[in-house]
Design a protein around this ligand. Structure first.
Ligand code: F6P
Length: 750
């Protein structure tokens, strides 16, 4: 009501002021009109009286008789109620005939006064009078002037009435405007308040359709931007205050997610059971995804659903295809999904790794799309959706979908578990819309992904590419300001979550000192103490730039021959996707390049390139990181590249130099590395030389800075930020509920 009064009081004042100004104007105007009417009347009376009066004035009657006759004529004319009095002035300007009520103020005009067009208005104390003087003429001779006096009291009466009506009219207009204003303001206000409350509770405007009325949109946007900014600031404050450890991640799950159920889905399983020489062995795959997710799962428990790809996997599981891991200290369980050889060939090797992998990486390998692979990809995604439903004990679990193997899965899960919070993380780059556009099933892939509640990428560039691709491909509402996309009735937030590694890394605990590691590696390779070491660790993949790396080593030895015999580069290349032709050919070319360079610069007991195409466990890899002077990551394109982060994490001695491709996500965070373009062999060779000759202080300075960054932005923070975002989303739903949210939307539409 107080708010309404703010409208009503100024409105009443304004209308009162207008009425106050209008009344005299109307008064003046109506007076003019009445005077004009009386002038016309006066003329009419004068012309009607003219003839009989002239007759009376010019006959030969005696004065007394004439007086009586003129009086009788005047009395007849005075029957008209508005006519107040009449008089006649003779040619000398003397009043000779008059009716009894002719006021004393009405006098004759001088005989030579010009004829008057309009009458005069007199204001004697008893009321206004209109006085008109009309010449009386007989045969061209002026006999005198007829004075016609009209009572104007009726004008005053009417004017008073008019004033009253004007005041009533303005009061009525004011009341109607006030009523309409108050009702509309009240309704709009309620809608706004509901919207504002929803925003403050965290119900984003972006997550619901825009308000229909145009004038509300800018307000809604400003408000949303403000709330987001505050939310972002608060989140950053909160997050920077958390020290990210497994314990804190568990606390988030307990407190923010209230112990909600967590399921992870990935193609690659974290532990593979393989049969070797008649014995079952447990292996950890060479996978960035596994490196990142495994410590998170150890902290969170829950279920990890993955393809059971090991030769002894079936023997290790229980009747529900479950197995608790890690073997040494079980903390979470794996649910294995079985695929036929054909399904694996079509879905994994075919569509995922011959289609999507080269499609998303700009590494100049042509993607291959086969309809049969696509069919398998769809079927396998369905199979995993079924597994998610089977494993889920609630109707609203948090499902973390991992990577390009499962682009269709989010929507499939959404259809079966509409209340689920689905976070999809795309571990590889997202390319630009032109490149993505060559995929015949681009629409289906995007529609599938947009079943997610949140889609995560490593970098903002990948998020932007995704927005552009959706914009170009689907009829969806892409809102870059709020980083969200509306498609098919559900909103998806698109966010940057740069992946990382655990801190401190588990394999570091078992490592000997750096000199011991160095001595061990040198002795294993038969190298002398004078030989400095470089290291590269990758899956054997054409995106990793292994050939480019070798070219740089070769160029270094060409340009700086004194390093021959004093520098060896160890390349650990885990065999990967080896049934794909492109990978077989890469394997052959990498081996050939190593042989050629070794033949060129090697000598007895010394090979400049030590190529190890085999699987190495994490402990072994960490020993090599610690033994090396330089780690060279030369990916042609890479979502993040965790090898770069692992190398830095392994160097608790704050020594060693990282040479890092500018085309990795990691290059955006590790700016103290020597950043190179792997296509530029000269630059890479120069970077290797700079690394080998870098003073210890500079190494320490760079390493310290990178280490503190990785320590702070570790994998627990990566997972924690996603889970906190999921918690916020779920909280919004809990607070406002789906029906409430719908109400807010309706009110905003109103
Ligand atoms: O980079 C994407 C990714 O899934 C990584 O997480 C991992 O390093 C690699 O691909 C694993 O490949 P695959 O599972 O085919 O061996």
């Amino acid at each position: 009501m107080r708010l309404s009064l703010r409208f009503l009081i100024p409105l009443a004042i304004a209308l009162g002021a207008i009425a106050y100004g209008v009344v005299p104007l109307v008064d003046e105007l109506t007076l003019k009109w009445f005077v004009r009417d009386l002038d016309i009347r006066k003329n009419l009376i004068a012309s009607a009286v003219q003839e009989p009066l002239v007759e009376l004035l010019t006959d030969n009657a005696r004065d007394r008789v004439r007086l009586q006759r003129v009086q009788a004529l005047f009395t007849r004319i005075l029957q008209d109620e508005r006519l107040f009095a009449l008089g006649f002035c003779d040619g000398a300007g003397k009043l000779v005939y008059r009716t009894p009520f002719l006021p004393a103020e009405v006098t004759c005009r001088p005989p030579d006064a010009p004829a008057e067009e309009a009458g005069r208005v007199l204001q004697p104390p008893r009321g206004a009078l209109h006085v008109g003087a009309t010449p009386v003429v007989a045969e061209g001779r002026r006999l005198g002037e007829l004075l016609i006096v009209h009572d104007m009291s009726f004008v005053e009466r009417r004017s008073a009435d008019t004033k009253k009506y004007i005041v009533y009219l303005f009061a009525a207009i004011g009341a109607v405007i006030a009523l309409i204003t108050v009702v509309i303001a009240e309704l709009s206000f309620r809608g706004w308040m509901a919207g504002i409350k929803a925003l403050i509770r965290g119900q984003s405007l972006a997550l619901s359709p825009e308000p229909k009325s145009r004038e509300l949109r800018p307000i809604a946007r400003d408000l949303e931007a403000m709330v987001r900014e505050l939310e972002g600031e608060r989140r950053m404050r909160d997050e920077s205050q958390i020290s990210w450890t497994p314990e804190n991640l568990r606390a988030i799950l307990r407190e923010d997610l209230k112990g909600d159920e967590i399921l992870i889905v990935s193609n690659r399983e974290p532990y593979i059971h393989v049969r070797k020489d008649g014995r079952v062995e447990v292996q950890r795959p060479a996978s960035g995804l596994v490196t990142a997710m495994e410590p998170v799962m150890r902290a969170c428990s829950g279920t990890w659903i993955a393809h059971g790809s090991g030769s002894a996997d079936r023997d290790a599981v229980d009747a529900q295809d479950h197995i608790m891991v890690p073997p040494e200290k079980p903390a979470y369980r794996i649910r294995r999904v079985w695929l036929t050889k054909e399904e694996e060939a079509g879905y994994y090797y075919g569509f995922a790794n011959e289609g999507l992998w080269p499609l998303c990486h700009i590494a100049h390998t042509r993607p291959v799309f086969r309809a049969s692979d696509w069919e398998h990809y769809r079927t396998v995604n369905q199979r995993f959706a079924q597994a998610v439903v089977q494993e889920s004990h609630t109707e609203n679990p948090i499902v973390l979908v991992q990577d390009y193997h499962f682009a269709l899965l989010p929507r499939m899960i959404r259809e079966r578990l509409p209340q689920a919070t689905i976070i999809t993380f795309w571990h590889i780059p997202w390319t630009n819309p032109e490149a993505f556009g060559v995929c015949p099933w681009r629409t289906e892939l995007l529609e599938g992904l947009l079943g997610s509640s949140i889609i995560g990428f490593h970098t903002q560039v990948h998020c932007n590419n995704f927005f552009d691709t959706v914009d170009r491909t689907l009829e969806a509402r892409v809102d870059r300001e709020t980083s969200s996309i509306h498609f098919g009735g559900n909103p998806t937030e698109v966010r940057r979550y740069p992946i990382s590694i655990e801190w401190p890394p588990a394999p570091l605990a078992a490592q000997p000192s750096v000199p011991e590691c160095r001595a061990a590696v040198r002795s294993a390779l038969g190298l002398g103490a004078e030989v400095r070491l470089g290291i590269g660790v990758d899956r054997m993949d054409y995106t990793k730039g292994i050939l480019e790396r070798f070219a740089a080593v070769e160029r270094l030895l060409e340009l700086e021959p004194h390093w021959i015999g004093r520098f060896a580069f160890i390349q650990i290349a885990a065999p990967s996707r080896s049934s794909i032709e492109e990978y077989q050919s890469l394997d052959a070319r990498v081996r050939a390049a190593a042989m050629r360079i070794n033949a060129r610069f090697g000598s007895k007991g010394y090979e400049p390139i030590v190529l190890k195409v085999e699987h190495h466990d994490a402990n072994h890899v960490y020993t090599h990181y610690r033994a090396s002077d330089v780690c060279f990551v030369s990916s042609l394109h890479d979502g993040m590249n965790l090898v770069a982060k692992e190398f830095v994490a392994a160097r608790d001695d704050e020594r060693g130099v990282l040479v890092l491709s500018q085309f990795t996500g990691a290059a955006r965070e590790l700016s103290e590395a020597l950043i190179v373009n792997p296509y530029d062999t000269e630059q890479c060779a120069a970077a290797l030389l700079a690394a080998l000759t870098m003073p210890p202080d500079e190494q320490r300075h760079r390493m310290r800075s990178m280490r503190s960054l990785i320590q702070e932005f570790n994998v627990y923070r990566w997972a924690g930020r996603m889970l906190l975002d999921a918690a916020r989303m779920r909280n919004r739903r809990r607070v406002s509920g789906p029906r409430d949210a719908a109400k807010v939307i309706d009110l905003r539409r109103a």
